[in-house]
Each structure stands twice: as structure tokens, then as C-alpha cells.
Design a protein around this ligand. Structure first.
Ligand SMILES: Cc1cc2nc3c(=O)[nH]c(=O)nc-3n(C[C@H](O)[C@H](O)[C@H](O)COP(=O)(O)OP(=O)(O)OC[C@H]3O[C@@H](n4cnc5c(N)ncnc54)[C@H](O)[C@@H]3O)c2cc1C
Length: 534
């Protein structure tokens, strides 16, 4: 009998995860000795540095993503949410399928590459009213939102409301904030001739940075250059200021200033991934501490890299910055060291000195610092485009992006507002007799109210041999709250016994209502105790 393969499980399909898998595919080929699995929420890899270009409409969203199955043909891919990691039992819990059932992936080697999450809870109103800039959906949404603001402003009779619609605020003056405001400015200026009722002077763009200068990643001279260029184009650059709060209508600054706006973009608020806080590993500011070899101390066969890892550089004594540049290089070392560990060979350390930094500021201008040399203006912009193009995975994507950029030089930016609606938050559904609405053992992510018909609540024993009927519920009654309130899998199955219509409320909305409406939450909790698990 053939020996079972060594199982490598990678959590996260960003720069760290995908490039580790790609290197492992190259090392081990398609042989069966090593089985590589990768779990990612989306079925594509996103080239995040080009998100601001998607937000401005310079690139079509599809061009900066690669389907992971195509990128990694010899890797077992799971488009799922990782829900838990058990380092003792050496398995990863993923939620699979429509019913979000738990599935366990055992591993011999585990690669932690899940990046960071956005957490804006530190500033009142920010999580509710700001638009993040982290994934493809954010960039796509922002582009359409900006076009929507221009459309509304063009026909808005109330001057105050018109001013708010034409005020665009970006919080965060690092690379992504500066690139976002630069791209927005370029796009808005390019499309304004199509809006006869908006004058150039009606549009206000602001970038707010808490530190003393924008672009702290580059030398002060280049940051000053970027600031002057942005200001010359009418962008107000506010430094040394932390936003106090955000509301549906405005952003509030510490000096008492209230800036009415309908567009508040946040490029700050990156926080450690919550899954990491549950691991019995050493952490530094929430990131997993890894050795120079990228192995996690105390856990043989566990590796961490990219934004979720804290790896100290032997040269500088400082942790490596959370950049794509570092994540890609760490991925090579991580894969090589996994291969070395499997083959019983010595591991090598990750040593890398960043080659430089680049930031586009829109309108064919950028700042760049590459291997000690400084560039600004058009030359820097040309370098910026060439370097990013060369880094995009796959020739097809490179060609498509190059084509988009070339067309952008000759044609006007598109101003169609593509309305992509979120699925209804409060949904209605119909079930015929015998159909299950929730199934025992599933992860509960909805709360249900019966509008018409009747259901029965049944519980199966462990072996599934016997089934106990717990209740029959009718119009006006509800179910599904226990799994949401107690965060446990469904403890019973609910199925229709008549043609039944239900109103379904998703977990996010249920949590938001239960959090703020204490009477409802207390009532549901009491009812759950009275009924017992359901
Ligand atoms: C707008 C923007 C511009 C940037 N510009 C630059 C730049 O110019 N240069 C540069 O070097 N860097 C840049 N960066 C930073 C760079 O993109 C990150 O450093 C890099 O993406 C980190 O790679 P990673 O693999 O660690 O994390 P990520 O690329 O964030 O990948 C993590 C992946 O894990 C997945 N994941 C997370 N949790 C789960 C879970 N529970 N279950 C399943 N999947 C999960 C996520 O969906 C994601 O796909 C930029 C970032 C942004 C947002």
C-alpha cells in the first residue's frame, strides 16, 4: 500500500498563501507524496496594490484577480471560511457548503497566511459609515458610489446637500490612502465635463493623516513632493489629526470642525486576525511570532508569514513590514523550509531588505524610492506601472491590465454606475411540506419567523436512529435564535409540515438588533430557556 501523503494545509489565499502553494507545486510537482490544500474565503487571489486603480475605474475589477484553481492547478482548493484551528489535534475546521457544515482538514504542516482584518471599532461611527479599502468588493463599491454622488449632486437643488455629496474624504495618508485620493481626484476631474451642473470648485477632496506627514513609508523629500502635487490639484491634506467620529452625514475632527460628506473612505484600521487570538502561540501586537525560518516556536510543522506574522529582521532588529513585497519573498522561504523539513534537511532563514517603495498620486505622477534612488513625477509613475505589471501573477492578467492602462490613455473614463445590490438582508422564503429549513448540526446563521404555514422541530439522537419531535410552531412564532444567541451548531432540525412562508434574518442583522434592543434579546433568551435547545 502506498504511504499516505504529507498533508500541507495553507490558511489564506493572498500573497503569502498563494505564493507558498505555487512554490510547493514547483518543488513537489504533481506527485502524490505531498498533498497541498489551500483554504480561502474567495475563489480568487486579489492583487491588493491595484485596488485604488479599480476604485478609480482605470482598471476593470476582473483584471486584478486570478482564480485560485487556475493559478494553483495541483493544489486542493477549498473556498471556505476557516472557523477554528486546533494545533494539538493538528486539524483545521472549515465551514463548507450551503449548510455551512463543519469539515476538518488534518495537517502535518500548517501555514498561517490569513493577513489582517479591518477593525474600526476604535473610532465612533467609523465601522458603520466609512468605506474600507481592503478587497475587490470595496474598490468596486467605492467607484460606483462616487459616480452615484456625482449623479445626485448634478440634480440636487439643496446647496448644502450638494456640497456634502461632492466632498470626498480619505482617512489614512499612507500608501493606500494617498493612492486612493490621487486616483479619485483624477477620475472626478476626468468625468466632470459630463456633469453640467457641477463646477470644478464645487468638488472637495480631503486626506486626513494622524501622523506628522503623509507617506511615512518614503523619505520626507518625496512625501513633501507628493503633498505639494496633491495640494496643487486642490486636495486638502490634513496631517497630525485623528478623526473623532463619523456619522451618516459628516466626519468630525478634533478641532470641532464638522465636514459634511457622503463619502468617507478608510484605509486605516488593520487589526490582527481574530483566529490568531485563540491559538496557544506567542503573539506580538496580535501577530503570530515566527522565527526567521518562519516556523512558529513550540509547534513543529506550523509556519506563519505575511501580514499575520511577526518576523524580526536580523539586519534591522525590527519586524518586517506588512507588505506584499515581504509576503511574496517569505512565501518562497516558507515553501522551501516545508520541503526541507519533510526531507530532513536544514532550514534557511528569511533575510530580505525591501527593494523600495512606490506610490502613485494620479495623473501620471508618482513617487518612488528604489534601491536608494529617488524618483518623482512621470518617471516614477512609469516605474510604478512597470513594476506592478511585472508582479501581477500570470501573463494573461498582465496583458489585460496593460491593455486597460493603454486604453485609459486614449479614451475617457467610464462613468456608468453599476448598481450591485446586496442580497436582501431580511429575506422571505417558501418551503413545501417535508423540506428542512434548518438542519441539526449546521452552523446557524439565520433567525426565522413563520409568516404562514407550520413547522415541526425534531431532534435526532447521536446515531441518527431515533427522532424526537420537540414542538410544532405556527404563524407568528419563531425559531433559530438559540444557535445565534449561544453560538452553537443547530441542536435540532426544523422542517415544514404545511406549505410554509418564513421571514429570514441574517446573523449580522440579528446581532445588530439583539445588541441594541435589549428587551427583544432578553425575551428571546427566556424563550430559548423555556423551550430548551432547538
Ligand atoms: C489598498 C492596498 C494597497 C496596498 N499597496 C501595497 C503596495 O503598493 N505594496 C506592497 O508591498 N503592499 C501593498 N499593500 C499591502 C499588501 O497587499 C499586503 O501586505 C499583502 O496582501 C499581505 O499578504 P497576506 O498573504 O499576508 O494577506 P492577504 O493578501 O490579505 O491575504 C489573506 C487572505 O486570507 C483570507 N482569509 C482570512 N481569513 C480567512 C478565513 N478565516 N478563512 C478563509 N480565508 C481567510 C483572506 O480572504 C485573504 O484572501 C496594499 C494593501 C492594500 C489593502
Amino acid at each position: 500500500m502506498a504511504p499516505s501523503p504529507t498533508r500541507v494545509v495553507i490558511v489564506g489565499g493572498g500573497f503569502g498563501g498563494c505564493f507558498t502553494a505555487r512554490r510547493l507545486e514547483r518543488i513537489f510537482g504533481g506527485g502524490g507524496a505531498v498533498e497541498v490544500s489551500l483554504v480561502n474565503r474567495d475563489n480568487y487571489f486579489v492583487f491588493q496594490p491595484l485596488l485604488p486603480e479599480v476604485a478609480s475605474g482605470a482598471i476593470i475589477p476582473h483584471q486584478i484577480v486570478n482564480p485560485i484553481r487556475r493559478m494553483l492547478p495541483r493544489t486542493r482548493f477549498f473556498q471556505s471560511e476557516v472557523d477554528g484551528i486546533d494545533l494539538e489535534k493538528r486539524e483545521v475546521a472549515v465551514l463548507v457548503g450551503e449548510g455551512r457544515q463543519h469539515h476538518r482538514l488534518p495537517f502535518d504542516h500548517l501555514v498561517l497566511a490569513m493577513g489582517t482584518v479591518v477593525n474600526m471599532s476604535g473610532m465612533p461611527g467609523m465601522s458603520q459609515h466609512s468605506l474600507p479599502m481592503k478587497n475587490l468588493g470595496d474598490a468596486f463599491y467605492l467607484r460606483n458610489h462616487v459616480v452615484g454622488c456625482l449623479e445626485n449632486a448634478d440634480i440636487e437643488p439643496d446647496p448644502e446637500l450638494k456640497r456634502a455629496l461632492l466632498t470626498f474624504v480619505v482617512v489614512g495618508g499612507g500608501f493606500s490612502g494617498v493612492e486612493t485620493i490621487g486616483e479619485l481626484q483624477e477620475t472626478i476631474e476626468a468625468v466632470l465635463p459630463s456633469y453640467p451642473n457641477i463646477r470644478r470648485g464645487d468638488v472637495k477632496l480631503l486626506v486626513i493623516q494622524s501622523g506628522p506627514r503623509i507617506l511615512p513609508e518614503v523619505v520626507p523629500g518625496l512625501a513633501d513632493y507628493a503633498r505639494k502635487v496633491l495640494e496643487a490639484r486642490g486636495v486638502e491634506v490634513i496631517t497630525g489629526t485623528r478623526c473623532q467620529a463619523a456619522t451618516a452625514d459628516a466626519v468630525l475632527l478634533p478641532d470641532g470642525r464638522r465636514v459634511p460628506t457622503r463619502t468617507l473612505v478608510s484605509t486605516v484600521g488593520n487589526a490582527p486576525h481574530p483566529l490568531l487570538s485563540r491559538l496557544p502561540v506567542k503573539r506580538e501586537k496580535g501577530r503570530v511570532v515566527a522565527e526567521e525560518t518562519l516556523s512558529v516556536p513550540g509547534w513543529a510543522g506550523v509556519w506563519a508569514l505575511g501580514d499575520c506574522a511577526h518576523v524580526v529582521s536580523a539586519d534591522s532588529g525590527q519586524p518586517y513590514a506588512p507588505t506584499a513585497q515581504n509576503a511574496i519573498r517569505q512565501a518562497t522561504v516558507c515553501a522551501d523550509n516545508i520541503a526541507a523539513a519533510i526531507r530532513g534537511r536544514p532550514l534557511r532563514p528569511f533575510r530580505f531588505r525591501a527593494l523600495g517603495s512606490l506610490a502613485s498620486i494620479g495623473r501620471r505622477s508618482a513617487v518612488a524610492q528604489i534601491m536608494g534612488m529617488r524618483f518623482s513625477g512621470f518617471v516614477a509613475w512609469f516605474l510604478w506601472r512597470t513594476i506592478y505589471l511585472s508582479k501581477l501573477p500570470g501573463w494573461e492578467r498582465r496583458l489585460r491590465v496593460a491593455l486597460d492602462w493603454t486604453l485609459d490613455l486614449f479614451f475617457k473614463r467610464d462613468l456608468s454606475q453599476l448598481k450591485v445590490f446586496q442580497s436582501e438582508r431580511v429575506d422571505e422564503a417558501h418551503y413545501e411540506p417535508g423540506e428542512s429549513i434548518v438542519k441539526q448540526g449546521e452552523i446557524g446563521d439565520r433567525f426565522y419567523i413563520i409568516a404562514r404555514g407550520a413547522v415541526e422541530v425534531v431532534r435526532e439522537d447521536e446515531g441518527g436512529l431515533t427522532c424526537t419531535r420537540l414542538a410544532r410552531l405556527g404563524p407568528g412564532e419563531h425559531f433559530g435564535e438559540v444557535a445565534l444567541l449561544q453560538n452553537v451548531p443547530r441542536t435540532a432540525t426544523v422542517r415544514a409540515v404545511e406549505p410554509t412562508d418564513v421571514v429570514c434574518i441574517g446573523r449580522g442583522d440579528f446581532d445588530a438588533v439583539a445588541r441594541s434592543f435589549s428587551l427583544l434579546k432578553a425575551g428571546l433568551q427566556q424563550e430559548a430557556i423555556r423551550r430548551g435547545p432547538s
